[in-house]
Design a protein around this ligand. Structure first.
Ligand code: UDP
Ligand code: MG
Length: 331
């Protein structure tokens, strides 16, 4: 499949590095990355920086880097499209050019230590196709920790696939995994879910997440909430199904209420209030029926949604077959 002799040509590892307002971090980050990757002179590295419409001098810093280091590639977005799309653009670039055997995605604020990415490379060389960094500790505010915990708790219960906890987008992916990811074209992207959806051999690597070196987070609360929503809505139609369950519960309640009203009317006529039975039971029964009907619509909507996402139906890891071989490869 490869056109080069694997024993002679070095294997190629590309870093995909999203940048948004990181002018104070880029030089320090790149120096740390170069220092860490220098430990593997046998590999051929490329550093793909994607500037996600930064408002500061990040782009100038990147162009300076490229002038000094030809392994640096700079991609500039026309405006801020968000972290997930910046990473996607980098992955697409690498997948389209077919220029890497593995891709590492990491943040450029030094929260993801470059030396950890070298451990990932070692695991990849042992045959693991996705090595994701799992936080053993995180130096975030108690608020961020609590919201992250709550988010993963909900996601665990609702998502149709297992998405590992305390895992960001810091990971190494084999080229075949990257090629698969580029077939997922949904607009509202939750990359760590897509990677989990793709499959292959995936393993965690524990690490301690550092504090942001300089600048401030590009994920304020509003962005965090919409990101959490893409994760849950992108991988689950459970919220839609909840409507009908709620409707059934209310309908059941209205039946119980009707029995109670009937009981009062027959056995304690002196306690019954005229008109109350009709209003009370009617109200609950109608809203119950309405919710059940909305749930039915929701079930169809859920199917439309899944079809609209248009994800690949499956991913082949291997095909072993004798028949129908490529005619050109024969004698
Ligand atoms: N980032 C980006 N676009 C954005 C926000 C962030 O490309 O709209 C980049 C940012 O430069 C960093 C990474 O994504 O390399 C993670 O962002 P950040 O550190 O702000 O998130 P946090 O670590 O606080 O979750
Ligand atoms: Mg950060």
């Amino acid at each position: 499949m490869h056109d080069r002799d694997p024993s002679s040509a070095p294997r190629r590892v590309a870093y995909v590095l999203p940048v948004y307002n990181e002018e104070e971090n880029i030089a320090v980050f790149h120096a740390a990355l170069v220092e860490a990757t220098a430990a593997r002179p046998d590999l051929d590295f490329e550093f793909v920086y994607v500037d996600d419409g930064s408002r500061d001098a990040s782009l100038e810093r990147l162009v300076e880097l490229r002038a000094k280091d030809s392994r640096v590639t700079v991609v500039q977005f026309s405006r801020n499209f968000g972290h997930q799309l910046a990473v996607t653009a980098g992955l697409d670039l690498v997948a389209e050019s077919g220029d890497a055997d593995a891709v590492i995605v990491m943040d450029t604020d030094l929260q993801d230590p470059p030396r950890v990415s070298l451990e990932m490379i070692e695991r990849w060389e042992e045959g693991v196709e996705v090595v994701y960094a799992q936080r053993r500790t995180r130096k975030d505010t108690p608020f961020k920790r609590a919201t992250a915990w709550g988010f993963y708790w909900v996601l665990d219960r609702l998502a149709s696939i297992q998405i590992p906890r305390n895992v960001g987008d810091f990971r190494l992916m084999d080229a075949r995994v990257v090629a698969e990811i580029s077939r997922y074209r949904e607009h509202d992207r939750f990359l760590r879910g897509i990677v989990a959806h793709v499959g292959f051999r995936q393993e965690a690597l524990l690490f301690d997440r550092d504090e942001r070196f300089a600048g401030e987070t590009g994920y304020p609360l509003k962005k965090m909430l919409s990101f959490a929503a893409s994760g849950i809505l992108g991988f689950s139609t459970t919220p839609l199904k909840l409507i009908s369950r709620f409707g059934y519960a209310i309908s059941l309640f209205s039946v119980l209420l009707a029995c109670y009203v009937l009981f009062i009317r027959v056995f304690r006529p002196e306690e019954s209030v005229p008109g109350w039975a009709f209003l009370g039971v009617g109200m609950f029964m109608l809203s119950g029926i309405q919710l059940v009907m909305m749930g039915v619509i929701g079930s169809y909507l859920g199917r439309v949604y899944v079809e609209a996402q248009d994800r690949p139906l499956y991913t082949l890891a291997m095909v072993a077959r004798d028949r129908g071989a490529d005619p050109e490869s024969g004698s």
